[in-house]
Design a protein around this ligand. Sequence first.
Ligand code: NAD
Length: 345
Amino acid sequence: MKHQLYKNKNVFITGHTGFKGSWLAMWLHSIGANVTGYSLKPDELSHFNLLNLPIKNYFEDINDEATLTKAIKESKPDIIFHLAAQPLVRDSYDDPITTYNTNVIGTLKVYMAAMKNNVGALVSITTDKVYENNEWHWGYRENDQLGGHDPYSSSKACVELMTDSFRKSFLGDFKMYLATARAGNVIGGGDWAKDRLIPDLVRNASQDKTTPIRNPKSVRPWQHVLEPLHGYLMLGEKLLEKDKSFCTSFNFGPESHDVASVDEMVALSKQSWPQVDAKFTVDPDQKHEAGLLKLDITKAREQLKWKPVWQSSQATAMTINWYKDFYKNKKISTQQNLEEFIALL
Ligand SMILES: NC(=O)c1ccc[n+]([C@@H]2O[C@H](COP(=O)([O-])OP(=O)(O)OC[C@H]3O[C@@H](n4cnc5c(N)ncnc54)[C@H](O)[C@@H]3O)[C@@H](O)[C@H]2O)c1
């Protein structure tokens, strides 16, 4: 069994009611970690509610410093995985203030509360969108220039800068082992966020509707959610083992040849569920989104010995079948997906 270091460890997850956070909470719980989650209340239809995990929950705001500090104090975490964020590009155009407030100031509050409570390790989740996007064909490396056209991407680039400053200013003697993780477009069962490709496709397929697609030629590094989570867990282990060389940033993404455009993802989805249907439409309110985005994963591969397990075609099939089982048979395949993934590690 992988990741046994987490057995009986106190693990605090922010954003555990979200898509990635709920998968992470489930994985850690299945290893035998004592999981505490801190997030806003989930929507009625959420992967978190469907899993019904017997873990401790705080349904609170990370910007409420006093409550956050108290929650961390009470749960005495060995490690924190910080995933809470406003993660949607289009929402960040509508509400940049909440986006920066949650993603930058909220993250700083998580770091401060962790430091005050002598937490030993923290993995902070940013995104592949932290890089200044040059629309080039090479994958971005961890030392490439940070940037971000839209407020979401920019807010996460700010988190990277803020993390670097926090480490240098407050963690000089490695009081807390802090790293950031940058992952690509993640797919998997249980994501119902709006304006994301797979959730839009399956929601519409379940009602025999066609999905309007904004950017069919956009290329993204798609990966199953378990891939970056495996990377976050490996990174967390190095921090728990107090290895200073991991207090830095890591990309997690597919192999460089394994990227796909939106219309290729639609075609792959259709292979698993023929009801999936999409039509290219021009959005009169179209906001800028990056066209081409690839990540270089050499650092994670060489330093962390992490590598992707499933190709994007397999990840898409797993994902679409998860939703098909859910909509047609009310079956939740999360545990089964995890077991199939772990068997390949
Ligand atoms: N899903 C992806 O493809 C993707 C890609 C790159 C990076 N990420 C990053 O991964 C993390 C998780 O993303 P996700 O897709 O699971 O998002 P999600 O929207 O499904 O979940 C977000 C979580 O953050 C919590 N949250 C939001 N604002 C909060 C606040 N003020 N206080 C407390 N909790 C708050 C929500 O309650 C929820 O639990 C985010 O940091 C996101 O930026 C996601």
